[in-house]
Ligand binder design. Structure first.
Ligand SMILES: C[S@@+](CC[C@H](N)C(=O)[O-])C[C@H]1O[C@@H](n2cnc3c(N)ncnc32)[C@H](O)[C@@H]1O
Length: 364
């Protein structure tokens, strides 16, 4: 049975846990260390812990760090529910009415729901407290989605994977006469939490750092030479801007009330050469964590053909790991067609990756 924490909050270009499990079984034994430098929603880290492997990761996006952190270091259920009660009591005690941040918010949320979200936005200390981080991740998972299909979703109809742009969303809702549902945020959070705690979380805890992948080696010095397996999916060339596409969730985590392109300079590449040098810098930044025998599994997509991608990824590894005295052997490559994504029905004409490739490299 799928662990309910996997679905805590979806993410763009996420890979399924079955893919990670196959790599864990093929290349690691229990207790060994797994790294994902582009952790996203934390599939590699969480699946590793579920299977008795240790796990570490980095991601430059706050949504990724918050969601992954919530999954890999889960607070006790009782503490979570106590905190939710405490926050709700404080909400009713304080009762300030905040105006909608923009027109988008007044069309996206009903007035009472917006007040609760705003309150949580200002009072959750998600960077410091793991209980608050878990609650923040629950909010992120319910913040937007297909509310006509799910009572656990707080917004007017939106995709759950990405946040659509404000002007487009307002126009889309107005043309169709869709209005924001009245939702009781605290009760929804309790219901979702019950669901997510349906199966016990892993005993082991992982580590995630909100940081550039190129710093992984220096951030995790205590794991020098220990990484047995990397299962990762770097940002695809010219495909999406993770910060822009997650703008509403980033707003909840303290960001501005509008999308901002290129917040993280490195999460979209349109220039192939700079992409390969970026990847090579990432491997160089991780190199001290590797040793002969480390396996690196990369799932990658975008507009390039498989040969170019394989050459590019292998070249970036060879270049990046040279200093560490490691060489690279290609073990396997495979491609799969990407199925229709839910974003397509909301964003007709969305350009996107059509095919993904899996490459496996062994370090010597
Ligand atoms: C394809 S997604 C990974 C999805 C992940 N495999 C999952 O299942 O959720 C790529 C991730 O790389 C992150 N990223 C982009 N540039 C980065 C950088 N320089 N350092 C760390 N993370 C970065 C993005 O924020 C995004 O979360």
């Amino acid at each position: 049975m799928r662990h309910p924490l996997h679905a805590l909050c979806p993410y763009f270009a996420m890979f399924p846990e079955g893919f990670v499990l196959d790599q864990l079984l093929a290349f690691t034994s229990p207790g060994e260390l797994v790294l994902d430098p582009f952790a996203g929603r934390g599939t590699t880290l969480f699946e590793s812990l579920l299977n008795g492997r240790r796990a570490i990761g980095t991601d430059i996006n706050k949504v990724a760090a918050c969601v992954t952190g919530a999954k890999i270091d889960v607070p006790q259920k009782e503490k979570l529910f106590e905190r939710l009660d405490e926050l709700e009591r404080a909400f009713w005690r304080i009762r300030t009415v905040k105006p909608f941040a923009t027109k988008f918010f007044s069309a996206c949320y009903s007035q009472p729901t917006y007040q609760e979200i705003e309150f949580l936005r200002t009072h959750l200390n998600w960077r410091v407290s793991k209980v608050d981080r878990f609650i923040a991740a629950l909010v992120l998972g319910s913040l937007h989605g297909e509310s006509h299909k799910s009572k656990l979703c707080l917004s007017n109809r939106m995709p759950r994977t990405i946040s659509t742009k404000p002007e487009y969303s307002v126009r889309w809702w107005n043309e169709r006469g869709y209005i924001a549902p009245k939702r009781e945020t605290f009760n929804i959070l309790r219901a979702v939490a019950e669901m997510r705690y349906g199966i016990s979380p892993p005993q082991m805890k992982g580590k995630i750092r909100l940081a550039d992948a190129r710093r992984a080696g220096s951030l995790y010095r205590e794991h020098t030479g220990e990484v047995k397996l990397v299962v990762t999916s770097p940002p695809y060339i010219d495909t999406t801007d993770y910060a822009e596409d997650q703008w509403l969730r980033l707003w909840f985590l303290g960001g501005p009330p509008y999308p901002k392109a290129r917040v993280n300079r490195d999460d979209r590449y349109s220039n192939v050469m700079s992409y390969w040098s970026f990847l090579s810098e990432v491997w160089a930044g991780c190199a001290r964590l590797f040793s002969p025998g480390t396996t690196i599994v990369v799932r990658i997509g975008g507009k390039l053909d498989s040969r170019t991608l394989l050459e590019g990824v292998r070249g970036s590894l060879q270049h990046g790991l040279k200093q560490q005295g490691l060489s690279v052997k290609t073990e396997y490559h495979n491609s799969s067609l990407i199925k229709n994504r839910q974003t397509n029905s909301f964003r007709p004409g969305t350009n996107g990756e059509r095919r993904e490739f899996d490459f496996v490299f062994k370090l010597q």
